[in-house]
Ligand binder design. Structure first.
Ligand SMILES: Cc1ncc(COP(=O)(O)O)c(C=O)c1O
Length: 284
């Protein structure tokens, strides 16, 4: 089915808040205890997994998802290279976690990533809007043996599907564009491989960094309009950029880009291919 149709027509499941579901014939079902899984979360994971082309898991927040990913996949002595100029909370969290024996290095994601066990990209970084040459950069990271995570919070799967570019994991602060109504705190990781999904799911269950049914339901509700909101936000950002450009108020646009597209090309291609973000820098 067409992706936009699938998003818009998806029926919302009942908001089942039960923390336990009874055993059937003395056997626990998949939802027997909410910390392991719950029906609303399972539906959200199915939908996002389909959108990203992998195996999705919900977490209590984007930062919770980062915590789980780092703790589940790395060990003391591991090195992490994280895109500089991205979400400050990610670097701050990595530095906090580094007390357990990781080494953290920030790098310029528009160039070649340094050697590391895990390389963390944030295409169209928040707030600096830097953009790696994703295929090349992921290839270079893999060639040096790294696992690759792409934080896809800003672009959303409407604009970018990082697993198709070779990423091993995609992370979202679902709090932002996926849920879309600033009323739900939630995170998502989509894994390229089923075995990583199983490992991360096991870690989530023991750590309890889980998303409750309510934010999962609110995110599903928000996703019904995802395919409409993203192009509209892009068009608004583009219009704002045009007006600021002609305004002479001393502001300068830095970037308004889509994967592989610069501002001038982007202005020729309104709609889905445009990034919804706009960064303006005060002159002088
Ligand atoms: C790009 C990016 N990644 C991760 C996060 C963290 O997500 P959360 O606030 O849901 O913990 C944020 C939050 O602003 C973000 O902008």
């Amino acid at each position: 089915m067409n992706r936009d149709t699938e998003l818009a027509r998806g029926g919302l499941p009942p908001l089942d808040r039960a923390t336990i579901h009874p055993f059937v014939d003395a056997t626990p079902g998949p939802f027997f205890y909410q910390r392991m899984a719950h029906p609303v979360g399972a539906e959200a994971e199915r939908l996002i997994g389909e959108l990203e082309g992998g195996h999705a898991l919900l977490f209590a927040s984007g930062s919770g998802a980062t915590t789980a990913l780092v703790l589940a996949m790395l060990k003391p002595g591991s090195t992490v290279a994280v895109a500089g100029g991205g979400y400050y909370g990610t670097v701050g969290l990595m530095r906090e976690l580094s007390r357990w024996g990781f080494e953290i290095e920030e790098f310029d994601q528009t160039g070649e990533p340094p050697d590391a066990d895990l390389v963390w990209f944030e295409p169209c970084s928040n707030p600096m809007l830097s953009f790696p040459d994703l295929d090349v950069a992921i290839g270079q990271a893999h060639a040096s043996g790294a696992v690759v995570v792409v934080d896809n919070t800003v672009l959303s799967p409407v604009l970018l599907r990082p697993l198709e570019h070779g990423a091993d994991f995609v992370l979202h602060s679902g709090t932002k564009i996926l849920a879309g109504h600033h009323d739900a705190l939630i995170g998502v990781v989509t894994c390229a491989r089923a075995e990583d999904h199983a490992r991360l799911h096991a870690f989530r269950t023991v750590s309890g960094i889980v998303a409750a049914p309510d934010p999962a339901w609110l995110m599903l509700r928000g996703m019904k309009t995802l395919a409409l909101r993203v192009p509209r936000q892009s068009a608004t950002a583009l219009e704002l950029a045009r007006r600021l450009e002609g305004h002479g108020l001393g502001f300068r646009k830095l970037h308004l880009i889509a994967p592989g597209v610069d501002f001038d090309a982007a202005t020729e291609r309104q709609g889905r291919n445009l990034v919804k973000a706009l960064l303006i820098e005060r002159r002088g």
